[in-house]
Design a protein around this ligand. Structure first.
Ligand code: PEP
Length: 267
């Protein structure tokens, strides 16, 4: 990763942790990573930390983490601001709770809930309009990788989802090869590095050099404390989107710790 981009370690809790458990866990995270409740970073070189709880747990997490150094966000949003869309949540509702981020196009939403590149584009623009930074998830399936189509898939997902986005918009991208999510099979540092370099070059070319330089690219897919340090050494890997290993304090601490050690080693 580059010294210009502070690494981000983000925990995607998926459909885990109801309100009471989420509050307890957020309190533990606060004690661990941001002891100063005013939000002043604790001394030392720390990565940014964020969590993505289920919608119903967001108020409890917001009450605990709002105004601190730990950010939080929604796992999804709708693109309309209000209306007859039963079961959906508008980006402005997330903003009202103090969400900094929202995930867009996670592979589980694409494969299980019919999300498409086009709905990703609409959600992304709506999130930005509501003042929330989208974390766009992209990545190829195993079949696509084995057919040598990884870059083609990434290009299609990026081109479709980022159409119409201002090059000044704040954006994070999570490269999450579908075959690595929840499988225990992590991309090698070389595989992740190559995909991230492709995404970075695409952003430089198609958005702007400034956007390409500033956008954080997270790797996601079976990140664990013992594999994250190597991944972060890749020049275009700026952090991680972590599923399973973000649910327990010990493993999440280990991943944040790997990023902290990496940052400390840079200076
Ligand atoms: C994810 O949910 O985005 C993810 C990467 O999950 P896991 O870390 O469990 O593979």
């Amino acid at each position: 990763m580059s010294q210009a981009r502070i690494p981000l370690v983000a925990g995607n809790w998926k459909m885990h942790k109801g309100p009471a458990e989420a509050r307890r866990f957020a309190e533990e995270l606060l004690g661990e990573f941001a002891k100063d409740r005013t939000g002043t970073p604790v001394p030392g070189h720390r990565p940014d930390v964020a969590v993505f709880p289920p919608f119903t747990s967001l108020p409890a997490v917001a009450q605990t983490l709002r105004g601190t150094a730990i950010a939080y966000g929604g796992q999804n949003c709708h693109w309309e601001s209000k209306g007859a869309f039963t079961g959906e949540v508008a980006p402005a509702f997330l903003a009202e709770l103090g969400c900094r981020y929202v995930l867009v196009g996670h592979s589980e939403r694409r494969t299980l809930f019919g999300e498409t590149d086009e709905t990703c584009r609409k959600k992304l623009l709506a999130a930005v309009a509501a003042g929330i930074e989208p974390v766009l998830c992209c990545g190829e399936t195993l079949t696509e990788r084995e057919a040598g189509r990884t870059f083609e898939v990434l290009e299609r997902q990026l081109r479709a989802a980022l159409a119409g986005l201002a090059s000044t918009a704040s954006l994070t991208i999570a490269y999450e090869p579908v075959w690595a999510i929840g499988t225990g099979r992590t991309a090698t540092p070389a595989q992740a590095g190559e995909a991230h370099r492709f995404i970075r070059n695409w952003l430089v070319r198609e958005l702007s050099p400034a956007a390409g330089g500033r956008t954080r690219l997270l790797y996601g897919g079976s990140v664990k404390p013992d594999n994250f340090g190597e991944l972060l050494r890749q020049p275009d890997v700026d952090g991680a989107l972590v599923g399973g290993a973000s649910l327990e304090l010990a493993s999440f601490r280990g991943i944040v710790g790997a990023a902290t050690s990496y940052l400390t080693g840079l200076i």
